[in-house]
Design a protein around this ligand. Structure first.
Ligand code: ADP
Length: 540
């Protein structure tokens, strides 16, 4: 080796080190993937003296960007690029994770020239290097020169070093960009969300709230940031109840109905969905979605008012139909024609049943809303049982069912809404008749234990399976039996509400195969006030 060649070699080595050192510092400072690509490409092309250079970058294995020396092309390079990345030199480097050198591009079938300069020369040599970081290809750099055999081993080594640095910097900036995009998407979702969302720390101190939350609560963001999530909820309805905070901190989702205070002193019913947001490194937060229920409550109220009106307005005409049929029955008392008698009986019973249903629907609504019992008076339960039995007798006769009474002689008077309790008894007898076989016997008994009085209706019907013995007292709950007409499933729900409104209880005993015994108990000492527990939300 001559001295001149040695100095030249050391110099070029020094130059290479300087270039790599400078580039490393510049790349470390870059925050955008486009700038990383630009710097890598310019540094390499400058060091190697190549007039043609381009980098294609990938994000999540998809073509992300393309940058070429000398700016863009006159037409969209993507279709041609896709072909190059599949079948061309870049495709080869990409798929084999290998640097490829072509000393004469005119003689190599992998060189697929792009339609436009400056991306692609028509003759000379080319060097193609994949940008690989942690085993993942994040880009492919192609360099070309009009001279054949231009790329020496030194040039290839230098390009490999630069591409390694470039790949690491590109991966980091691409990750940063993905994180930024995700953050922007979340911020946009957060701010544009039509539901109020509040973010707190794990102790409940408010950190951020979206636009909708500020509007809904009437506070500015700054004002909210001086409050805690508990302070905006009405005491006794908020996140401090029970284990809610504890559950949230343990990562469980918590849902509850609550009431929030607004800045103007008014309150609103809300459904709260809260969950912990895991960011790691001790910066976890809790997200609170405060779904406004006022319009839903308004619709529910309108629907309730509407159905109350309908039930109420049905009762009058049904009452008239019933009394007219009764009058007709009396007028035609001497008419011996069996068809006339039959038709009148059926019509009387049907109208009476329809009236009972309208009454029960109205009562269910009244009781569910926690309204007071009306017209309570001291009543003789045995007398109510006898009345109910008389009402049901025609139905029982139709099925040739006999009703036996076993009434306790020592029953105390009880303070009840008699009409309602009589309908409870009628409902139980009605069911017993409906579900019992023709010709069977139903026993209706009363008893007293000192603190409670009992009414019991025993039948020999199909019985009630054990797993349905609780649910039959829910609205619209039914057990299917063969050959038995289906009801609407409201009778027992009414019975339960009515009995519980009087401070009593109702249950059924049945083996689930033959016969059921329905019993209800009412307290002898009626509560001093007849206030009912409210099931509503008590909203202002
Ligand atoms: P309905 O009788 O109109 O369906 P209820 O609320 O009175 O509604 O009764 C709910 C369900 O309970 C009935 O559908 C029936 O499946 C069951 N059930 C009620 N009473 C009896 C009974 N005495 N014997 C057997 N099943 C009964």
């Amino acid at each position: 080796m001559t001295a001149a060649q040695g100095i030249q070699a050391r110099l070029s080595e020094t130059l290479r080190l300087t270039l790599v050192y400078r580039l490393a510092r510049e790349l470390n400072a870059e925050l955008r993937s486009a700038d990383v690509v630009r710097r890598v490409l310019h540094a390499t092309a400058e060091a190697l003296g190549t007039p043609y250079a381009s980098i294609v970058s990938f994000r999540r294995r998809e073509l992300h960007d393309v940058y070429a020396l000398g700016g863009g092309t006159s037409s969209d390079p993507r279709p041609a690029l896709k072909r190059v990345l599949r079948d061309g030199l870049a495709g080869f480097a990409l798929h084999n994770h290998r640097t490829v050198v072509v000393n004469d591009i005119t003689a190599n079938p992998l060189w697929l020239p792009l339609p436009d300069e400056p991306l692609s020369p028509q003759f000379g040599s080319a060097l193609c290097v994949p940008l690989i970081h942690s085993g993942e290809v994040v880009g492919v750099m192609t360099l070309a020169h009009p001279a054949r055999g231009y790329f020496t081993a030194d040039a290839i080594n230098l390009t490999a070093t630069i591409s390694e640095m470039g790949a690491a910097a590109l991966t980091n900036t691409l990750l940063l960009e993905s994180a930024r995009e995700a953050e922007q998407r979340y911020a946009a979702l957060f701010d544009d969300a039509i539901v109020p969302i509040i973010i707190t720390d794990l102790q409940g101190a408010i950190q951020v709230a979206n636009q909708r939350a500020c509007e809904f609560l009437g506070y500015s963001l700054e004002e909210l940031q001086h409050r805690t999530i508990s302070s905006i909820h009405r005491v006794g309805t908020g996140p401090l109840i029970g284990d809610r905070f504890d559950h949230l901190q343990r990562g469980l989702e918590v849902r509850f109905r609550s009431v929030v205070w607004r800045k103007d002193g008014t309150s609103r019913a809300v459904q709260v969905y809260a969950k912990r947001l895991n960011h790691g490194a001790g910066s976890d937060q809790i997200q609170w979605i405060e779904h406004d229920l006022s319009s839903q409550i308004m619709v529910e109220e309108m629907r309730r008012d509407m159905s109350a009106m309908v039930y109420h307005d049905l009762r009058g005409p049904l009452g008239n139909v019933y009394s007219s049929l009764e009058a007709l029955n009396r007028l035609l008392a001497d008419d011996a024609r069996p068809q006339v008698r039959n038709l009148l009986d059926v019509a009387c019973r049907a109208s009476q049943q329809a009236r009972r249903l309208a009454d029960s629907l109205l009562d269910i609504q009244r009781l569910e809303e926690g309204m007071r019992l009306r017209d309570r008076r001291n009543s003789d339960l045995n007398a109510l049982v006898r009345d109910a039995v008389e009402q049901m007798r025609p139905l029982a006769d139709e099925k040739n069912i006999s009703m036996r009474l076993a009434l306790a002689s020592d029953l105390p008077l009880i303070y009840i809404e008699a009409d309602m309790i009589e309908r409870v008894i009628s409902n139980l007898i009605d069911n017993a008749i409906k579900y019992s076989p023709d010709g069977s016997v139903i026993v209706i008994s009363t008893a007293s234990s000192g603190s409670e009085v009992y009414v019991r209706v025993k039948d020999t019907g199909p019985g009630i399976p054990p797993d349905a013995q609780q649910s039959i007292f829910d609205k619209f709950s039914r057990v299917r039996y063969r050959d038995v007409p289906r009801g609407v499933g409201l009778g027992l729900a009414f019975c339960k509400l009515a009995v519980e409104a009087h401070g009593g209880r109702i249950w059924v005993r049945s083996t689930g195969t033959t016969g059921s015994v329905f019993t209800f108990a009412l307290p002898v000492d009626a509560p001093a006030t007849n206030e009912l527990p409210s099931l509503g939300m008590g909203l202002t």
